[in-house]
Design a protein around this ligand. Sequence first.
Ligand SMILES: Cc1cc2nc3c(=O)[nH]c(=O)nc-3n(C[C@H](O)[C@H](O)[C@H](O)COP(=O)(O)OP(=O)(O)OC[C@H]3O[C@@H](n4cnc5c(N)ncnc54)[C@H](O)[C@@H]3O)c2cc1C
Length: 377
Amino acid sequence: MIRFDVVIIGGGLSGSSTALNLSKKGYSVLIIEKEKFQNYKACAGGMASSMQRFIPFDIEDSIESKIKNVEFRWKAADNVTADLTGESPFWIIKREKLDQSFLDESLNNGVQIMRPLLIEKIIKKYDKWEITCNNKIKYTSEFLVIADGSESKWAEYFDLGPRKPKFANTISLRLKGLGDIPRDSVRFEFGFIKYGFAWAFPLRESLNIGLGTFINNGLLENQVINKQVIRSFGFDDFPQKTITKKLRIWNGFHLINGDKVLAVGDAASLCDPFLAEGIRPSLISSFYAAEFIDQCLSGKVDNLNLYTKKINNIWGESMAWGRRIAQIFYRFPRTGYQLGVKRKTAPKRIAQILSGEMSYKDIAKRVIRRLITRSDT
Ligand SMILES: Cc1cc2nc3c(=O)[nH]c(=O)nc-3n(C[C@H](O)[C@H](O)[C@H](O)COP(=O)(O)OP(=O)(O)OC[C@H]3O[C@@H](n4cnc5c(N)ncnc54)[C@H](O)[C@@H]3O)c2cc1C
């Protein structure tokens, strides 16, 4: 039996950042990760630079592009471009690199990782978690963090997050070269994909391309359309090698903690249901997970309920509006594009959402105020 203060299931971004935050507070942490190694992560890597405040080390090395413009198009035409103001508020990072940096920092701080390792059973015994793995070793801990991502099986097991999780369907690929995407721009392509959109985010020498549907379980199997998307980004052929992934998205206010257990990142269903932004909620939830576990371990509070409350307040309230916007926008995308994206102030607002300066809640409040006062913002 090997003892830790906290065991974390999943060594992706949420798991390793929670581990780092906890180890910096002096706690012993074990990460259990099922994969031996991941050399490609299905993630376009778009991140608000303001998130640096949740990253306790320099990530300059992981930043591949600093974005100045956000371009929106309807079926490869009808362009709208938003200039991002301020000191490069939106970055494209290489996820594999960022995740690895978090892990390396954690290991330097004394965190242990077991990989590849599968958990067979988790029980609570004398108020401690007892985790049995397929190496037949038992690990015990005071607290448990569920960070096993979109396919989480442990979130359901502990009744964390929505009973019926909601998923976006995605395809992601990385192509050599930048096609016709400028190095300092990202592009959102609407109109080709029913119930969703496609995006192209530039790395140093390649392009992260993604296709996603966000409502009605829209499928992405139409090769003719997928080819059109690739062409719209300046490439000829849709490649053979792509990754399909179901991305768990925000689906209502739910408990994401139980007794001495909590979920972070995708496992907690925090990903933005409109634009698939999941790095920001992963970092925020990991930060507060460590804060509230620390409060419990140091005897300041006796449960983790404030964790759910905090995340619902600072993230969920915006996502509730994001979900409403997604329901309308992806149902009536042409109208949505004309009235939403092509509106004079819209590109700036979307850019502010991406850079973390504004939330969907702020946008909704403005629209409501505008409807009441009938003035233009
Ligand atoms: C195509 C695509 C593009 C995206 N683009 C962006 C973007 O540009 N910007 C953005 O902000 N977000 C983006 N996202 C969302 C973002 O990638 C996720 O929200 C983020 O990866 C969540 O991190 P996580 O650590 O919670 O989960 P993950 O990164 O999925 O990590 C989960 C970890 O748990 C491990 N694991 C799973 N099951 C077990 C188990 N039973 N036992 C042990 N370990 C286990 C996995 O191997 C993995 O290492 C995108 C997502 C997709 C699919």
